[in-house]
Design a binder for this molecule. Structure first.
Ligand SMILES: NC(=O)c1ccc[n+]([C@@H]2O[C@H](COP(=O)([O-])OP(=O)(O)OC[C@H]3O[C@@H](n4cnc5c(N)ncnc54)[C@H](OP(=O)(O)O)[C@@H]3O)[C@@H](O)[C@H]2O)c1
Length: 266
């Protein structure tokens, strides 16, 4: 009897969720996680015939969906392109999700988006969030810190010759697996109509993190602290990249993650 009730309860919870960017780093992990929990998690991206810029395939894929999870990303971080991507994509998604009767709109954004106004990328993420807040669909915005998988890209962006120049700030990065776990959990919960911060279990000095990441790849670049260095064009304060006190923390530690070679490939 108890077992039957449990199955019924589980059945009531099965929902269709459309994962925009569901073929990407975070998206593919969110799809896997939700599917493992018995949900109908549908990946949507140009690769699967759905494009949030042209609106191709959007109406069809959203039919019968109760949740949209937007973990897509702009193909370019150039100022005009990234702003155009996140605003056009979000406007289209909100229009089509409203028409489909979606009751929970989840989006992944970045810790510090609201306090680093001179970053073109984060300005675009901020614009995305403003549209969602005014979009009329109950929502949850998830602010994540930098992914471990992003360490090499950060280093490449900050490289000057053979030297990586980083500002003297703190960072609390997290594994993509922990990001996906948190996003999936929030997606099946009640809308927050607000923002939640997620982060990794450890704080690092920025230079220390990047040095450890490059060392693990036998990358010979020298990492130095430079008080004039910018982060993707933005000037940072010591705590710009770290979350506030209420952040939900992941479990995977950087050294353990570095020990899994497949994860270092990005
Ligand atoms: N990197 C970080 O450290 C960090 C930190 C915090 C938050 N975030 C946020 O995390 C999110 C996901 O990042 P990620 O690294 O998982 O991204 P990713 O691996 O680059 O994947 C991007 C996804 O977006 C899809 N996409 C691109 N253009 C699209 C379009 N027009 N319509 C629909 N889908 C489209 C791509 O599809 P195709 O493969 O078919 O092109 C792909 O599935 C981003 O919004 C980012 O702001 C990142």
């Amino acid at each position: 009897m108890l077992r039957r009730n449990k199955i019924n309860i589980e059945r009531e919870w099965i929902m269709k969720l459309v994962i925009i960017g569901g073929t990407g780093l975070i998206g593919s992990k969110v799809v896997t996680r939700l599917s493992e929990h018995g949900h109908e998690a549908v990946p949507a991206s140009p690769d699967t015939g759905v494009n949030t810029i042209t609106t191709q395939g959007l109406a069809e894929i959203l039919q019968g969906a109760s949740v949209v999870v937007d973990v897509s990303n702009s193909p370019s971080f150039e100022e005009t392109v990234v702003m155009e991507f996140f605003t056009t994509s979000t406007r289209n998604l909100l229009t089509f999700a409203t028409a489909a009767g979606v009751t929970h709109y989840v989006a992944l954004s970045v810790v510090g988006t609201d306090r680093i106004p001179d970053s073109p990328y984060l300005r675009a993420k901020n614009a995305q969030e403003t549209l969602i807040k005014g979009g009329g669909i109950p929502f949850s915005i998830v602010h994540a810190t930098q992914f471990f998988e992003f360490v090499k890209r950060i280093a490449d962006e900050a490289t000057d010759g053979t030297t990586v120049r980083l500002p003297p700030v703190l960072i609390q990065p997290m594994a993509a697996d922990d990001v996906a776990k948190a996003v999936a959990r929030i997606a099946v919960g009640a809308p927050l109509n607000g923002m939640v911060e997620i982060a990794g279990p450890q704080q690092f000095r920025f230079d220390e993190l990047i040095r450890q990441g490059l060392d693990a790849r036998n990358d010979p670049r020298e990492v130095v602290v430079d008080s004039h260095a910018r982060y993707f064009g933005a000037e940072l304060k010591e705590r710009s990249l770290v979350p506030g006190d209420g952040a939900r923390l992941g479990e995977i530690r950087f050294q353990d993650w570095l020990g899994q070679p497949a994860l270092q490939q990005r």
